[in-house]
Design a binder for this molecule. Structure first.
Ligand code: AMP
Length: 167
């Protein structure tokens, strides 16, 4: 269920069938979206970082150790829908977190991955960027399958990276 917040009426959001609504200061949220539920705290996550506009948390189906997602708190489906300003805020968080993941895990490289649409294997319809640490020879395919991670290991790497976040 999507809704628009009081600070700005958006005529694109008036469809009465729409699941989009507002949540506190968050202007646009979808009650059926798993990432919006993470933003509202209705679904738990291994949270690394949060600011006014964005959240970074661990992917629960990690393609590699330290696989992290960065999302805007507002619900926008993809790169076409998100505003340039919110995209910029999201990318700033991506850079901040990528630096700390790199410092903490010292991978051989990091891919930033971002999918839009079925053909690109976008499985969650809430804009997100993957921070994917890579090791030489890891053979991770960029259309990786979703294989549930060991939650103790995901939690552990979350804590390790978090300790290196600048205050
Ligand atoms: P994409 O396939 O690019 O849309 O990526 C969506 C990502 O979200 C996948 O890598 C999933 O593993 C991840 N994901 C889905 N649900 C959750 C969740 N509840 N917590 C953390 N990661 C999730």
């Amino acid at each position: 269920m999507i809704s628009a917040g009081a600070a700005g009426h958006d005529s694109r959001l008036t469809d009465h069938e729409s699941p989009i609504t507002n949540y506190g200061d968050i202007m646009r949220t979808d009650s059926e979206c798993i990432f919006c539920k993470i933003v509202t705290g209705d679904v738990p996550c291994f949270k690394l970082y949060e600011d006014d506009q964005t959240i970074a948390f661990m992917d629960i189906n990690p393609a590699n150790e330290g696989h992290t997602l960065v999302i805007p708190k507002e619900h926008w489906e993809d790169v076409y829908a998100i505003s340039p300003e919110l995209l910029a805020a999201t990318v700033q968080t991506v850079q901040k977190i990528a630096r700390v993941v790199n410092q903490t895990l010292n991978p051989d490289g990091i891919n930033l991955v971002q999918a839009n649409g079925k053909g690109a294997a976008q499985s969650v319809q809430h804009f997100h960027m993957h921070i994917l640490p890579r090791r030489v020879g890891d053979e991770v395919k960029l259309n990786w399958g979703l294989h549930p991670g060991d939650m103790d290991a995901v939690k552990d790497v979350c804590e390790r990276v978090k300790r290196n976040l600048p205050v």
